[in-house]
Design a protein around this ligand. Structure first.
Ligand SMILES: *Cc1c(COP(=O)(O)O)cnc(C)c1O
Length: 482
């Protein structure tokens, strides 16, 4: 496909604005560039076709099934987009006086309050811009708590080996040393390994429950107790609340602090770098450390305030406010019962797929699952040569976005399938059929699948090369200035 620069033809243009009727101003010479910027010269239809073509080469949740485990790609109702686009929300400035943005402050207040209710927490900041950013924020609260008590020897954060990669990374960024604990045969935290890991140097534990194998840890109360008895705090990675919202609350499981990814569970599309939102909720005793400002109800309406022992800002202004508008709209349109139903159906859909796939595919952990499950393609690869990557690439030919691959790390040829609640039976059945066909193809000639996908614009890009040496600028060739 051509770039806009390759489509460019000298002199072609698409300005539709009328000629200016005010006097032109001449800028001081030092502000004027020597050469005009080399922008592509295109007609409007060239531009429209360029972006339409690009759009056809991507896959979004409105194009087809997107069973991306851990990162919940579900359909986000359009009404929430419309709410976020209302001029009263989209057109305000973060430095406006409080009395002129009472509605927006009200949105923030109610969003935080509802998240508190859903998570079983007492106070929530909306500042963090993503899940990993929320983790860092939560860990800063935990550090502040220990330090204020003079307990400065707590330098270690315990993370199970099934954890999302951001957990150990965030712990390291917050200045902690990471201690990994093994999973048991059932895929949960090994209690003996945990007991052996905790001690006077334990700052806390980071845990996802259900974990990245899609399993709810039945020992969760005991796990939190072990950490608390050692003097540590418990951090819940709630990036994915899709399995438990309305059913179980991190606060009731014993967690002190949690982040939630609004861009996974609460109706903001994600991928491509944002914007996201990773609000952090905590129990009362940690609330004074939260980043400020927070919103509270004062005598004259909503007002901003800074908690007394705040760890400071973690982001400019108030986070990605419009993501919060979408989340609030989502929560109030579904209501408590609707959120609960969404989780119920997310779990039901995952179990339906698991039940239909497990006879022919290897699912090493769990007879049933929560919102996702992990297929292991190791034996398939041994038998036929076709890897998890090959299976995933072949799915592209059927208009299916591949599941998350090679994660969690404890399953070597992992395909992590999360259908979500927004898919109907026909889509799930079609996926089962596609999986059966791919399996048959692998059994017949596994090596051939190394060349999949066969019908896509791009087959197997050099992903490492693209990440390490991205070509981000058009090459104008020799001697091209500016
Ligand atoms: C997505 C995810 C994260 C990280 O969230 P980002 O918004 O991508 O930073 C952390 N933990 C789990 C379990 C996740 O699925």
């Amino acid at each position: 496909m051509m770039t806009l620069f390759e489509r460019s033809r000298a002199g072609r243009h698409s300005q539709l604005v009328p000629a200016t009727d005010v006097d032109a101003v001449t800028l001081p010479a030092e502000l004027v560039r020597e050469l005009p910027p080399r922008l592509p010269e295109l007609s409007e239809i060239d531009i429209a076709r360029h972006y339409a073509e690009l759009g056809k080469q991507t896959h979004g949740v409105a194009d087809g099934f997107y069973p991306l485990g851990s990162c919940t790609m579900k359909y986000n109702p359009r009404v929430n987009e419309e709410a976020a686009a209302l001029p009263g929300f989209a057109g305000i400035h973060p430095l406006q006086p409080e009395h002129t943005v009472q509605g927006a402050l009200g949105v923030m207040h109610e969003t935080a309050e509802l998240l508190d209710k859903i998570c079983g927490m007492d106070a929530t900041t909306l500042q963090p811009a993503a899940g990993a950013h929320g983790e860092l924020t939560g860990l800063l609260l935990i550090r502040a708590y220990h330090h204020e008590r003079g307990d400065t020897g707590r330098t270690k954060v315990i993370v199970p080996d099934s954890a999302h990669g951001t957990n150990p990374a965030s712990a390291a960024m917050a200045g902690f040393t990471v201690v990994s604990v093994a999973s048991n045969d059932a895929g949960g935290v090994d209690l003996d390994a945990l007991r052996a890991a905790v001690g006077p140097d334990t700052a806390g534990l980071m845990l996802t429950n259900p974990n990245t194998l899609g399993l709810f840890d039945p020992n969760i109360i005991e796990i939190c107790k072990i950490v608390h008895e050692a003097g540590g705090l418990c951090y819940y990675d709630g990036a994915n609340l899709n399995a438990i919202m309305g059913h179980a609350r991190p606060g009731d499981m014993g967690f002190d602090c949690v982040h939630v990814n609004l861009h996974k569970t609460f109706s903001t599309p994600h991928g491509g770098g944002g914007p996201g939102s990773g609000p952090v909720g905590c129990k009362d005793f940690l609330a004074k450390y939260l980043p400020g400002p927070l919103v509270r109800k004062g005598d004259d309406g909503f007002e901003l305030f800074r908690p007394e022992a705040s760890v400071g800002r973690v982001r400019s202004f108030h986070g990605n406010f419009l993501v919060c508008v979408r989340a609030l709209c989502y929560m109030v349109t579904l209501g408590a019962e609707g959120l609960r139903d969404a989780a119920t159906h997310a779990v039901l859909n995952a179990n339906y797929l698991l039940a239909r796939l497990r006879d022919s595919w290897d699912v090493p952990f769990g007879d049933s699952c929560m919102h996702e499950f992990v297929i292991d393609c190791s034996s398939l690869k041994e038998r036929t040569g076709a890897s998890a990557m090959d299976v995933a690439k072949r799915m592209l030919d059927f208009g299916i976005h591949p599941p998350t691959m090679y994660f969690p790390l404890i399953v070597h040829e992992a395909l992590m399938v999360e259908p979500t609640e927004t898919e109907g039976l026909e889509t799930l059945d079609a996926f089962v059929e596609t999986m059966a066909q791919i399996l048959a193809e692998a059994e017949e000639d596994g090596e051939r699948l190394h060349d999949a996908p066969f019908n896509c614009a791009i087959g197997r890009p050099d992903e490492v090369g693209a990440a390490r040496n991205p070509r981000l600028a058009h090459d104008f060739g020799e001697g091209a200035g500016a």
